[in-house]
Each structure stands twice: as structure tokens, then as C-alpha cells.
Design a protein around this ligand. Structure first.
Ligand code: AMP
Ligand code: MG
Length: 407
């Protein structure tokens, strides 16, 4: 008698919607600016002060009165960046000034040093200057109270610099989800150890830990569990304690020892157990005591593609990132392609920018176990069912995992 899965096939859109509903943004924490790179801002930031906070010189030169007709003016002192002297510019006088220095009272323009000659305490003025010239007025760059950054922004060098510029030593960011990662399978061994008959090395725990880190999560590696209920129970028990997300690979197909789905069913709620996609069809999503559990298929490519489609969006969403989706762009196929006629298929490809167009080339045989098909891939081609082949020159949608290179 044929065995059929009790789990209905759901669409990718349904799966994603279900996942996001169970993966709301985590709370926030304050981190120093030096630890803020790539974190997601948890609050709007309003500038507590204007920038610049005082009228500042934009050039090296002399602070002058623009309307002063005197050609030869007396130098009454110097005001450099950060050093404020008690000076007042009157008609017939100037103050030497450097870029970034406060403009002394009385002056309303800066005359560039290039248009002057200074000798024995006197300055020859060789040109005229407009009021306000080379002065950066208070609040020119940022007004006091202005919203300079919005919640949900990913912090890069410019954003971190801006926070420092408005005086913030720490920044409120969303917490990073802690992700417990388990590989399952009696056949799996640790890299570095000798292989016995029928054994292979565990690849998924390491690829998934790297993917979690890139997605902003904090991975904890829980080792390899044998295909026994006890080993899986022990993982769930231990991991639930201090992780927001549980991530397993293997043990979700239709084999005798694919024990994860029934176990998740007993202990929590399985929201879906199969998705209409290739690779990654048996990907399973459950919640256990309110925590999301992703049970990915064991084939190394299936595991990473399912991670990319479902786990990465969840981790970004939990970190408050509005841009939790990868960019999707139209690409032109460099060659003919065969694909699955019934399921959306994600084929690994290299996309380059050539003559103003994105051109996609396959990374070779697309077997679910062939990790080499993901090595060097910067895109997943999203091939819709309905046909089983596409000609060279056809336009398809690609999920960009990394920016395309130029030829
Ligand atoms: P499963 O989903 O457990 O049926 O596994 C599907 C295939 O992926 C089998 O050939 C497994 O040996 C292989 N596999 C499962 N887990 C891993 C892993 N962590 N690393 C490498 N291959 C794996
Ligand atoms: Mg297995």
C-alpha cells in the first residue's frame, strides 16, 4: 500500500505568512556604537541638538564684516577649531580662523586665506565677500529635534557616525535571536573524525550556523542527534531554555526514522509539514511553547535553500528589519534550462551585469546534495511551474543573495 504524507502541500506565500505571524520582532537593548554595526534600530532617533551647534567656519581664513570697505584691516587675534577666544570683530579688524572654528561675534563672513596677505599684524584684503560666505550656520546639516534615523534602519558606517555626531554613546537596537542548531541522522560524523561504513560528515550544522550569523542571529551548535526519540527529546528540552528559535536538519521525510514531525506534533503545533517547492519540499514549521521551530530537510542544498526562503526572513523580521526580503530582479538566462513543471524550483546561479542587463548562468548540476551548486552562487532563480524548460534569452525572476558582479 502506498504511504502518503498526512501534511497538505502549502504554497511558499502561505508558509511565509504563517512563519512571520509567529516570529514578531523581539524586544530591544542598548549597545555601544562600537557594537552597533549591522544591528537594526529599535526607535526613531531625534537629534537632541543642531548640527553644527554654533556658526562654524567652512574654510581656513579670516572672520570679517562683509560690508566693511577697509582694504587693510588689523588682525586682533586667532580662533581655531575648539578654541574660543574673547574676541569681537569691529569694522577695520579681522580674526584669523580655521575650518571648524566658531565664528566670533561681530563677523558675518569668512574670507579665504588665499585672497589675503598677512604681514606684521595687518591683513590686506584682495577681494570682496558676501555676507554669510563660508559660514555654516547653526542647524545647517541637522535641525534640533529633527528625526535623523527611523526605527527599522540597518546601521552602517554612516548611520553610526551620525549617532555619534548627535552625541549618542549607545543606541537602542532589536535583540538578536539566539538560534539552537541541531543536525539529526545516525549516519553523521564530526568533520575531523574518521568515517565508518555508511557514514558522512555533518555539513548542515556548519552551513546553517554561518547562515544564521549572516542573518544577524546568534547560533548555538547542539551537535548531532541520533535518529532516536530520546536524542530529539533531549535537544528540544535543552534548547527551549534559552533560545528564541530552534533549527534542525534531517529527519522530516517519509522514512521509518524520520521522527521529528510526530515529535513536534506531540509536543507543540505543526503549522505546515510540506511546501510546494523544489528543493526543500518537506520543510516543516512548528511552534513549541511559543518558540518557532524550523525542521529543515537533510540534503545540504535543500537545507540552505529552505533557510534562505523561510528562516532568514524570520530572523530578519524578529530583528525588526523592514527589508526582511531579498531583492527580486528580472534576469536573462544565458542558456536553456530544464526545471520542475509542478513546483516552484529554486536553481542556483551566478548573475552578472552585462550591457545593462542581469545575465544568469547556472552553477551546474542542481542535485539537492550537491553543495557545489551553491558555491559561488549569488542568486536563486525562481522558476515558476507550468513549463519544464526555458530557452536562452528568457527572462526569469532571481532572488539576489549578494550583489551581482560586473563582467
Ligand atoms: P534526511 O532529510 O534525514 O532524510 O536526509 C536526506 C539526505 O541528506 C541524506 O542523504 C542524509 O544523509 C543527508 N544529510 C542529512 N543531514 C545531513 C547533514 N547534517 N550534513 C550532510 N548531509 C546530511
Ligand atoms: Mg535522516
Amino acid at each position: 500500500m502506498p504511504v502518503s504524507s498526512p501534511y497538505p502541500l502549502v504554497t511558499i506565500a502561505y508558509a511565509l505568512e504563517t512563519i512571520l505571524a509567529h516570529c514578531p520582532p523581539l524586544g530591544s537593548e542598548r549597545v555601544p556604537l562600537t557594537a552597533a554595526l549591522n544591528r537594526v534600530l529599535a526607535e526613531d532617533i531625534l537629534a537632541p541638538m543642531p548640527m553644527p551647534p554654533f556658526p562654524a567656519a567652512a574654510k581656513d581664513g579670516y572672520a570679517v564684516i562683509a560690508a566693511d570697505p577697509t582694504r587693510r584691516r588689523r588682525l586682533i587675534g586667532e580662533q581655531t577649531a575648539g578654541r574660543v577666544a574673547a574676541l569681537r570683530v569691529e569694522p577695520g579688524t579681522v580674526v584669523r580662523i580655521t575650518t571648524g572654528a566658531a565664528i566670533p561675534p561681530g563677523a558675518d563672513a569668512v574670507l579665504m586665506v588665499e585672497h589675503t596677505t598677512e604681514r606684521d599684524g595687518w591683513v590686506e584684503i584682495e577681494t570682496t565677500v558676501a555676507p554669510g560666505a563660508d559660514i555654516r550656520p547653526v542647524g545647517q546639516d541637522i535641525a534640533a529635534g529633527e528625526r535623523v534615523l527611523s526605527r527599522g534602519t540597518v546601521l552602517g558606517p554612516a548611520e553610526i557616525g551620525l549617532l555619534a555626531a548627535v552625541g549618542q554613546a549607545t543606541v537602542p537596537v532589536y535583540r538578536r535571536p539566539r538560534v539552537a542548531i541541531l543536525s539529526t541522522g545516525d549516519e553523521l560524523r564530526e568533520p575531523g573524525e574518521p568515517l565508518g561504513p555508511g557514514q558522512i560528515y555533518d555539513a548542515n550544522r556548519f552551513s546553517l550556523a554561518a547562515a544564521v550569523t549572516l542573518a544577524g542571529g546568534v547560533p548555538s551548535l547542539f551537535g548531532i542527534a541520533a535518529d532516536t526519540p530520546e536524542a530529539l527529546e533531549a535537544f528540544l528540552e535543552n534548547a527551549l531554555a534559552n533560545h528564541e528559535v530552534l533549527l534542525t536538519s534531517g529527519g522530516v521525510s517519509m522514512g521509518q526514522l524520520d521522527l521529528l514531525k510526530p515529535m513536534l506534533e506531540r509536543r507543540g503545533t505543526v503549522h505546515f509539514g510540506r511546501v510546494i517547492m523544489k528543493p526543500g519540499k518537506p520543510v516543516t514549521f512548528a511552534t513549541l511553547e511559543g518558540r518557532p521551530v524550523f525542521a529543515l530537510p537533510g540534503f545540504p542544498v535543500s537545507a540552505l535553500v529552505a533557510f534562505e526562503l523561510f528562516v532568514r526572513p524570520a530572523l530578519r523580521h524578529m530583528q525588526g528589519d523592514h527589508a526582511w526580503q531579498r531583492p527580486r530582479v528580472p534576469v536573462t538566462l544565458a542558456h536553456d534550462l530544464r526545471h520542475d513543471p509542478e513546483r516552484v524550483e529554486y536553481q542556483r546561479a551566478r548573475v552578472v551585469l552585462e550591457g545593462g542587463r542581469f545575465i544568469a548562468t547556472t552553477t551546474g548540476p542542481q542535485g539537492s546534495g550537491r553543495l557545489l551548486s551553491l558555491v559561488g552562487a549569488n542568486a536563486l532563480l525562481e522558476l515558476q511551474p507550468g513549463s519544464d524548460r526555458l530557452p536562452a534569452g528568457a527572462t526569469v525572476t532571481a532572488l539576489l543573495l549578494q550583489p551581482p558582479t560586473t563582467t
